[in-house]
Design a protein around this ligand. Structure first.
Ligand SMILES: Cc1cn([C@H]2C[C@H](O)[C@@H](COP(=O)(O)OP(=O)(O)OP(=O)(O)O)O2)c(=O)[nH]c1=O
Length: 190
Protein backbone atom coordinates (compact mmCIF):
# COMPACT_ATOMS: atom_id res chain seq x y z
CA UNK A 1 0.00 0.00 0.00
CA UNK A 2 1.36 3.40 -1.00
CA UNK A 3 1.75 5.81 1.92
CA UNK A 4 2.12 9.53 1.38
CA UNK A 5 3.14 11.89 4.17
CA UNK A 6 1.25 15.14 3.62
CA UNK A 7 3.83 17.33 5.32
CA UNK A 8 6.79 19.57 4.58
CA UNK A 9 8.18 18.90 8.03
CA UNK A 10 11.44 16.91 8.11
CA UNK A 11 10.68 16.30 11.79
CA UNK A 12 7.44 14.45 10.99
CA UNK A 13 9.32 12.27 8.51
CA UNK A 14 11.98 11.49 11.11
CA UNK A 15 9.35 10.71 13.75
CA UNK A 16 7.61 8.28 11.39
CA UNK A 17 10.97 6.63 10.80
CA UNK A 18 11.29 6.15 14.55
CA UNK A 19 8.43 3.61 14.41
CA UNK A 20 9.85 1.95 11.31
CA UNK A 21 7.57 3.61 8.77
CA UNK A 22 9.05 5.02 5.56
CA UNK A 23 6.46 6.78 3.39
CA UNK A 24 6.65 6.19 -0.37
CA UNK A 25 6.41 9.93 -0.96
CA UNK A 26 6.27 13.23 0.85
CA UNK A 27 3.78 15.75 -0.52
CA UNK A 28 3.40 19.03 1.35
CA UNK A 29 -0.10 20.46 1.44
CA UNK A 30 -0.47 24.18 1.16
CA UNK A 31 -3.58 25.01 3.08
CA UNK A 32 -4.93 28.10 4.76
CA UNK A 33 -3.73 27.94 8.36
CA UNK A 34 -5.57 31.04 9.57
CA UNK A 35 -7.59 30.29 12.71
CA UNK A 36 -11.28 31.18 12.40
CA UNK A 37 -12.75 33.74 14.74
CA UNK A 38 -13.34 32.13 18.14
CA UNK A 39 -12.13 28.73 16.91
CA UNK A 40 -11.00 26.52 19.79
CA UNK A 41 -7.40 25.28 19.56
CA UNK A 42 -8.43 21.60 19.43
CA UNK A 43 -11.01 22.26 16.73
CA UNK A 44 -8.46 24.27 14.77
CA UNK A 45 -5.74 21.59 14.95
CA UNK A 46 -8.18 18.89 13.84
CA UNK A 47 -9.49 21.02 10.99
CA UNK A 48 -6.04 21.90 9.65
CA UNK A 49 -4.83 18.27 9.82
CA UNK A 50 -7.99 17.16 7.97
CA UNK A 51 -7.54 19.89 5.33
CA UNK A 52 -3.90 18.99 4.71
CA UNK A 53 -4.81 15.32 4.18
CA UNK A 54 -7.78 16.12 1.92
CA UNK A 55 -5.72 18.41 -0.31
CA UNK A 56 -3.07 15.74 -0.88
CA UNK A 57 -5.63 12.92 -1.21
CA UNK A 58 -7.29 14.75 -4.10
CA UNK A 59 -4.01 14.54 -6.02
CA UNK A 60 -3.22 10.91 -5.08
CA UNK A 61 -6.33 8.75 -5.27
CA UNK A 62 -5.94 5.21 -3.92
CA UNK A 63 -2.99 6.01 -1.63
CA UNK A 64 -2.90 6.26 2.16
CA UNK A 65 -2.44 9.87 3.19
CA UNK A 66 -1.11 10.91 6.60
CA UNK A 67 -1.08 14.50 7.85
CA UNK A 68 -0.61 16.27 11.15
CA UNK A 69 -0.97 19.64 12.77
CA UNK A 70 0.51 20.80 16.05
CA UNK A 71 -0.81 23.78 17.96
CA UNK A 72 0.37 25.43 21.16
CA UNK A 73 -2.53 26.75 23.21
CA UNK A 74 -2.72 28.95 26.27
CA UNK A 75 -6.30 28.61 27.43
CA UNK A 76 -8.49 29.35 24.40
CA UNK A 77 -5.67 31.19 22.72
CA UNK A 78 -3.76 29.71 19.78
CA UNK A 79 -0.14 30.83 19.85
CA UNK A 80 1.43 31.71 16.50
CA UNK A 81 4.27 29.96 14.72
CA UNK A 82 6.86 32.54 15.72
CA UNK A 83 8.31 34.27 12.67
CA UNK A 84 9.95 37.24 14.42
CA UNK A 85 11.99 37.51 17.59
CA UNK A 86 9.31 39.78 19.01
CA UNK A 87 6.66 37.11 18.51
CA UNK A 88 8.84 34.39 20.01
CA UNK A 89 9.64 36.54 23.06
CA UNK A 90 5.96 37.27 23.58
CA UNK A 91 5.18 33.53 23.44
CA UNK A 92 7.90 32.58 25.94
CA UNK A 93 6.96 35.42 28.28
CA UNK A 94 3.39 34.12 28.25
CA UNK A 95 4.46 30.48 28.76
CA UNK A 96 7.00 31.26 31.49
CA UNK A 97 6.30 29.50 34.80
CA UNK A 98 3.01 28.01 33.73
CA UNK A 99 1.35 25.05 32.07
CA UNK A 100 0.09 25.14 28.52
CA UNK A 101 -1.36 22.63 26.08
CA UNK A 102 0.18 21.22 22.93
CA UNK A 103 -2.47 19.73 20.68
CA UNK A 104 -1.36 17.39 17.95
CA UNK A 105 -3.98 16.28 15.45
CA UNK A 106 -3.48 13.66 12.78
CA UNK A 107 -5.62 12.52 9.87
CA UNK A 108 -5.19 9.33 7.88
CA UNK A 109 -7.17 8.88 4.68
CA UNK A 110 -7.29 5.25 3.56
CA UNK A 111 -7.24 3.79 0.04
CA UNK A 112 -11.06 3.91 -0.11
CA UNK A 113 -11.07 7.60 0.80
CA UNK A 114 -12.25 7.15 4.40
CA UNK A 115 -10.70 9.67 6.80
CA UNK A 116 -9.77 8.77 10.37
CA UNK A 117 -8.81 11.43 12.92
CA UNK A 118 -7.01 11.44 16.27
CA UNK A 119 -6.14 14.25 18.65
CA UNK A 120 -3.37 14.07 21.24
CA UNK A 121 -3.64 16.57 24.09
CA UNK A 122 -0.48 17.25 26.07
CA UNK A 123 0.60 19.57 28.84
CA UNK A 124 3.98 21.28 28.99
CA UNK A 125 5.25 23.18 32.03
CA UNK A 126 8.01 25.76 31.62
CA UNK A 127 10.11 26.90 34.56
CA UNK A 128 9.75 30.60 35.39
CA UNK A 129 12.03 32.04 32.70
CA UNK A 130 14.61 34.66 33.51
CA UNK A 131 15.20 37.44 31.06
CA UNK A 132 18.69 36.08 30.37
CA UNK A 133 17.27 32.62 29.63
CA UNK A 134 14.89 34.06 27.07
CA UNK A 135 17.74 36.15 25.59
CA UNK A 136 19.92 33.07 25.18
CA UNK A 137 17.08 31.08 23.68
CA UNK A 138 16.45 33.85 21.17
CA UNK A 139 20.10 33.72 20.15
CA UNK A 140 19.76 29.99 19.38
CA UNK A 141 17.25 30.68 16.60
CA UNK A 142 15.55 27.39 17.41
CA UNK A 143 12.25 29.23 17.94
CA UNK A 144 11.98 30.30 14.30
CA UNK A 145 8.86 28.96 12.58
CA UNK A 146 7.88 26.93 15.66
CA UNK A 147 4.41 26.91 17.12
CA UNK A 148 4.52 28.69 20.48
CA UNK A 149 8.08 29.91 19.83
CA UNK A 150 9.95 26.85 21.08
CA UNK A 151 10.94 23.32 20.10
CA UNK A 152 11.10 20.67 22.83
CA UNK A 153 13.57 18.62 20.76
CA UNK A 154 16.26 21.28 21.29
CA UNK A 155 17.59 23.58 23.99
CA UNK A 156 14.11 24.40 25.28
CA UNK A 157 14.09 20.94 26.90
CA UNK A 158 16.40 22.43 29.55
CA UNK A 159 13.73 24.98 30.44
CA UNK A 160 10.80 22.54 30.54
CA UNK A 161 10.11 21.20 34.01
CA UNK A 162 7.55 18.59 33.06
CA UNK A 163 5.40 17.21 30.32
CA UNK A 164 2.22 15.19 30.60
CA UNK A 165 1.40 13.22 27.51
CA UNK A 166 3.44 12.23 24.50
CA UNK A 167 6.87 13.60 23.66
CA UNK A 168 6.46 12.70 19.97
CA UNK A 169 3.12 14.55 19.88
CA UNK A 170 4.73 17.68 21.32
CA UNK A 171 7.42 17.47 18.64
CA UNK A 172 4.78 17.23 15.92
CA UNK A 173 3.53 13.67 15.35
CA UNK A 174 1.83 11.52 18.00
CA UNK A 175 3.39 8.15 17.25
CA UNK A 176 1.05 5.99 19.30
CA UNK A 177 -2.03 7.37 17.53
CA UNK A 178 -0.23 7.26 14.18
CA UNK A 179 0.56 3.57 14.55
CA UNK A 180 -3.03 2.83 15.64
CA UNK A 181 -4.50 4.58 12.59
CA UNK A 182 -2.04 2.97 10.17
CA UNK A 183 -2.97 -0.46 11.51
CA UNK A 184 -6.71 0.35 11.30
CA UNK A 185 -6.25 1.30 7.65
CA UNK A 186 -4.55 -2.02 6.89
CA UNK A 187 -1.02 -0.70 6.53
CA UNK A 188 1.60 -3.33 7.27
CA UNK A 189 3.32 -2.26 10.48
CA UNK A 190 4.73 -4.60 13.12
C1 LIG B 1 5.69 22.77 20.50
C2 LIG B 1 6.59 22.39 19.40
C3 LIG B 1 6.33 22.81 18.11
N1 LIG B 1 7.18 22.49 17.09
C4 LIG B 1 6.90 23.00 15.72
C5 LIG B 1 6.74 22.04 14.64
C6 LIG B 1 6.17 22.93 13.54
O1 LIG B 1 7.10 23.81 13.00
C7 LIG B 1 5.19 23.73 14.27
C8 LIG B 1 3.84 23.15 14.05
O2 LIG B 1 3.46 23.41 12.71
P1 LIG B 1 2.61 22.44 11.80
O3 LIG B 1 1.69 23.30 10.96
O4 LIG B 1 1.99 21.39 12.63
O5 LIG B 1 3.66 21.71 10.83
P2 LIG B 1 4.70 22.26 9.75
O6 LIG B 1 4.27 23.60 9.25
O7 LIG B 1 6.07 22.14 10.32
O8 LIG B 1 4.64 21.17 8.57
P3 LIG B 1 3.41 20.70 7.63
O9 LIG B 1 2.27 21.65 7.83
O10 LIG B 1 3.90 20.69 6.23
O11 LIG B 1 3.11 19.31 8.09
O12 LIG B 1 5.66 23.72 15.61
C9 LIG B 1 8.32 21.73 17.34
O13 LIG B 1 9.12 21.46 16.45
N2 LIG B 1 8.58 21.28 18.61
C10 LIG B 1 7.78 21.59 19.64
O14 LIG B 1 8.07 21.20 20.79
Amino acid sequence: MRLILASASPRRLALLGQIGVAPDAVAPADCDETPRKGELPSVYAARVAADKAAIVAARHPGALILSGDTVVAAGRRILPKAETEEEARACLTLLSGRRHRVLSAITLIDAAGKARHRLSTNIVTFKPLERSEIDRYMASDEWRGKAGGYAIQGRAAGLIRAIQGSHSAIMGLPLYETRTLLKAAGYAID
